[in-house]
Write a protein that binds this ligand. Structure first.
Ligand code: ZN
Length: 274
């Protein structure tokens, strides 16, 4: 009997060692580039300029430029990079999702710029849908807002088609408002677009450094990024837009005074998903 139980103990110990080694291996793999695919989605393209009607700067050009810079940054870090488009062509949303879902060990990053009729609106906002995309959204938002002069419009949970239909962790980052004169001036400089790309890349690399359940299996790497509080906008409908009902899920939102934020996101989402 003693020999039998000691064999069981050594078997369990062996399994634990194997599990830990496997965990470390995964962590090491995913915090560097090796083996990980990043599918980069430059918003809009071709006949779809993005933004709102009459917008001077075409969103599709800015998203493509940042996406190409992001490709370079991630490739340099050893990631396998796939683009849903790398030129000025129209790619249906379903195709973008199909491309993303054809990869395993992959994440999906959509690059957009915001627009609204209210010229004063400004800031960065980052969207996710599935819960396993929150750490990626938190990390990207942390870096992009840290590196941008634009305000922080927070992380938001919302059912955009490209986020809802993707089976891999997926994030959509709105890198500022092209309808805001100050932000548009920044965005039109190559150096700022390069900065945006580098901050998104930093977020991709730091996605496993976000505090929370993920950090327990992670080898300490110094900085731990706080998981971002988010606004749950998955229940927003057009009737709620009119009634301006607030969403109780987010305590953050109460801090902000009057904010047609969700309606702006809503209008751009309709443009995007139509
Ligand atoms: Zn867009």
């Amino acid at each position: 009997m003693p020999s039998h139980s000691s064999r069981i103990y050594s078997l369990i110990a062996g399994l634990l060692v194997a599990l830990l080694a496997h965990g470390n291996c995964l962590a090491a793999k995913s915090s560097g580039g090796g083996g990980m695919t990043v599918v980069i989605d430059a918003g809009h393209g071709g006949h779809d300029r993005g933004g709102i009607p009459g917008q001077r700067i075409a969103e599709k050009d800015m998203t493509l430029d940042v996406a190409l810079r992001l490709r370079n940054a991630l490739s340099a870090s050893g990631y396998n990079v796939v683009m849903t488009r790398d030129s000025d062509v129209f790619v249906p949303l379903g195709t973008r999702v199909a491309i993303a879902n054809s990869y395993r060990n992959a994440i999906f990053v959509c690059v957009h710029f915001n627009a609204t009729n209210r010229a004063g609106a400004s800031g960065i906002e980052t969207y996710f849908y599935s819960r396993d995309s929150l750490s990626l959204a938190s990390a990207i938002h942390h870096y992009v807002t840290g590196g941008a002069p634009s305000g922080n419009r927070h992380v938001r949970r919302r059912g955009y088609y490209v986020l809802r239909k993707t089976t891999i962790p997926a994030v959509l980052v709105e890198c500022g408002f092209l309808t805001n004169p100050t932000e548009a001036a920044y965005i039109q400089t190559a150096s700022y677009r390069q900065k945006l790309a580098e901050e998104i890349a930093a977020g991709v690399s730091a996605r496993n450094s976000v505090g929370g359940s993920l950090s327990t299996t992670r080898v300490a790497t110094g900085e731990t990024i706080p998981v971002q509080p988010y606004m749950d906008q998955t229940k927003v409908s057009s009737s709620e837009r009119r009634s301006k009902r607030s969403h109780k899920k987010s305590a953050r939102k109460k801090k902000k005074s009057s904010k047609p934020a969700s309606s702006e996101a809503g209008s751009s989402s309709r443009n995007r998903e139509s």
